[in-house]
Write a protein that binds this ligand. Sequence first.
Ligand code: URA
Length: 193
Amino acid sequence: MHAGRCPHCTTATAHTRLVFGEGNPDAELVFVGEAPGETEDQLGRPFVGRAGEKLDGMIAAMGFERADVYIANVLKSRPPDNRTPLAHEIDRCGPYLLAQLAIIRPKVILTLGGPATKLLLASELGITRLRGAFATVRLGVAEGAPFEVPVMPTFHPAYLLRNYTVETRAQVWEDLKKVLAALGRDAPARKAN
Ligand code: URA
């Protein structure tokens, strides 16, 4: 349905492939990023470039396999020159992400960076202000069967790579530990990476 009808992705021209998202359709945890980059666009899979390696590390640090979780983005087609998604692009493609999340019905959603957090929390506050505190998103509204899911905003792995400091890494690990607690899971001992 998305590939045939999305008003953004059916008219966008900068991409070669759609990146729908992938993972466990019954995942208890979903990660939502921004938009496909170059490698993702070539392979048709989310988070398979450098930021993806970092995300894989975050998933493993939480004690999950990549196949256990679901990974998607706010936009399903790559923006020109990797620029940040524009508001009108998110308005058009974002509803498909919300429908996707309503089908998966995860226990917790982790939003990675500003655009994903802004879409799910409908907030104008920046990621630095919002990260680390649970909020909720109402899903299933378009389907007429609303329900709420906790959302934990954290920094995007690409931001983490650009700001690889003890403080930023500790902040992200704190956020991930809160998600594990909400899922009723123990946090594995943190490795020094
Ligand atoms: N960055 C994102 O936000 N999503 C991807 O899929 C890859 C990089």
